[in-house]
Design a protein around this ligand. Structure first.
Ligand code: NAP
Ligand code: ZN
Length: 349
C-alpha cells in the first residue's frame, strides 16, 4: 500500500479536508494514475451530504478523473507509463454477464463497483478522484486523446458520458430538435454534444441570466422556464428533452413540450417521486425515460468524439482549499459550468 494526499470528509455534510489515504498495491492488471484534475459533479454533493440515502464515511469523492499513468501492473497491455487517461463513475464489474459483454458495465448483474462510496469485490471501500493518485484496473481507464487538455477533459468522464449516451440513443442529430433543461455541468455538456451531433438545440433554464453563454455554446434558442408565455410557445416543439436538473420538476409541464413520439429523458437525480398524468404520455405516444452514465466503450467513443469536435468542458479551476465553497456555489447554481480541482494543491500538513 502507499499513502497519498486526498480530500476526505469524515461524516455526512462535514467539510472536505486534506487527509492521507492508502491506495492498494498494484494488482496484475492495475494502473496507478497520478490524478491531475478532478471535476466536481453534483452527484458528489448528493453523496457527501447523504441525500441519496446511507453513504460510507470517511468519503473521498470524485468520479471525473483525468491524469497520467505512473505505474503499471505486470499484465497491463493497454497503457504505459506516461499515457493520459481518465476514470469515470465505475472501477470494476464482473466482466462476464450479458451487460458487461455488451460494454454496458453500469448494468452489471453482479453490480458494478462505484469509483467511491462503493465497495470493491474484495470488500474494500472505494475512494475517488479528489486525490493525488488512484489505482484502478486498466479495464476501467480510458484514453484521453492528445487534442483534449486534461483539465477540460476531466468533466467528460461523467458529465460528458451521461449526456452523450441519451443523446445518441434518442437520435439527436440533423433535423432533430433537442431541449436541455438546466444549464449546469451536465447541461452545458449536453448542449455542446447535441450541437456537435447536428441537432437544433434549445436551452430551458430558470432565468435568462446565462442566455449569452447558452447561445455561445451553440444553442439556437434559450427560454426562461419561469416565463409562462415563453413556455406556452414551446408546446409540441421537441423530439428529445434531456432533463439535467438536480431538483424535482413537474414532468407534465415538460412532457407537453414534446412532439408526438418524443422522449423526455431524465439524467438529474433528485430523490423525491413524481406524479405524471397518464394523458401527458398517452396523448402523443410520448416516452418518459431515464439514463444512467454509459459503458466503458461508449466513454472512449465519447472522448474521441469530443476530441474530433474540439469539445471540452467550460471549467473554473480551483485549489483544494476552495472545494467546500465550490459545493455551496454549485448548489446555488453559481458555477460556469464545472469546477475542476487542481489536485496538485492537495497537501497534508
Ligand atoms: P449542476 O451543475 O448543479 O446543474 C444542475 C442545473 O439544474 C443547474 O445549473 C440549474 O440550471 C438547474 N437547477 C438547479 N436547482 C434547480 C431548481 N431548484 N429548480 C430548477 N432547476 C434547478 O449539476 P450537475 O452536476 O449537472 O448534475 C445534475 C444532476 O444530474 C444531479 O442530480 C446529478 O446527481 C445528476 N447526475 C446523474 C447522472 C446519471 O448517470 N444519470 C450522472 C451525473 C450526474 P439553471 O440555472 O440553468 O436553471
Ligand atoms: Zn457525476
Amino acid at each position: 500500500m502507499s499513502s497519498v494526499a486526498a480530500l476526505s470528509t469524515p461524516s455526512a455534510g462535514a467539510r472536505l479536508e486534506p487527509a492521507m489515504i492508502e491506495t492498494r498495491d498494484l494488482r496484475d492488471d492495475d494502473v496507478r494514475i497520478d490524478v491531475k484534475f478532478a471535476g466536481i459533479c453534483h452527484s458528489d454533493i448528493h453523496q457527501v451530504r447523504e441525500e441519496w440515502g446511507s453513504a460510507t464515511f470517511p468519503m473521498v469523492p470524485g468520479h471525473e478523473i483525468a491524469g497520467v499513468v505512473s505505474e503499471v501492473g505486470p499484465a497491463v497491455t493497454r497503457y504505459a507509463v506516461g499515457d493520459r487517461v481518465g476514470v469515470g463513475c465505475m472501477v470494476d464489474s464482473c466482466g462476464e454477464c450479458e451487460f458487461c459483454k455488451d460494454g454496458e458495465e453500469q448494468f452489471c448483474t453482479k453490480g458494478s463497483v462505484a469509483t467511491y462510496n462503493g465497495r470493491g469485490y474484495d470488500g474494500e471501500e472505494t475512494k475517488g478522484g479528489y486525490s493525488r493518485q488512484v489505482v484502478v484496473s486498466e479495464r476501467f481507464a480510458v484514453r484521453i486523446p492528445d487534442a483534449l487538455e486534461l483539465d477540460v477533459a476531466a468533466p467528460l468522464l461523467c458529465a460528458g458520458i451521461t449526456t452523450y449516451t441519451p443523446l445518441k440513443r434518442w437520435n439527436a442529430g440533423p433535423g432533430r430538435k433537442v431541449a436541455v433543461i438546466g444549464l449546469g455541468g451536465l447541461g452545458h455538456m449536453a448542449v455542446k454534444i447535441a450541437v456537435a451531433m447536428g441537432a437544433e438545440v434549445t436551452v430551458l433554464s430558470r432565468t435568462l441570466a446565462k442566455r449569452e453563454d447558452g447561445l455561445a455554446l451553440g444553442a439556437s434558442s434559450y427560454v426562461a422556464t419561469e416565463d409562462p408565455d415563453a413556455m406556452a410557445g414551446l408546446v409540441k416543439s421537441f423530439d428529445v428533452i434531456i432533463n439535467t436538473v438536480s431538483a424535482n420538476l413537474s414532468m407534465d409541464t415538460y412532457l407537453r413540450l414534446l412532439r408526438p413520439l418524443g422522449a423526455l429523458v431524465n439524467v438529474g437525480l433528485p430523490t423525491d417521486s413524481w406524479t405524471v398524468r397518464p394523458g401527458s404520455l398517452v396523448g402523443g405516444s410520448r416516452v418518459l425515460a431515464g439514463s444512467n452514465i454509459g459503458g466503458i466503450p461508449a466513454t472512449q467513443e465519447m472522448l474521441d468524439f469530443c476530441a474530433e469536435n474540439g469539445i471540452g468542458a467550460q471549467i473554473e479551476t480551483i485549489g483544494a482549499d476552495e472545494v467546500n465553497e465550490a459545493y455551496d456555489r454549485v448548489v446555488a447554481g453559481d458555477v460556469r459550468y464545472r469546477f475542476v480541482i487542481d489536485t496538485a494543491t492537495i497537501a497534508v500538513g
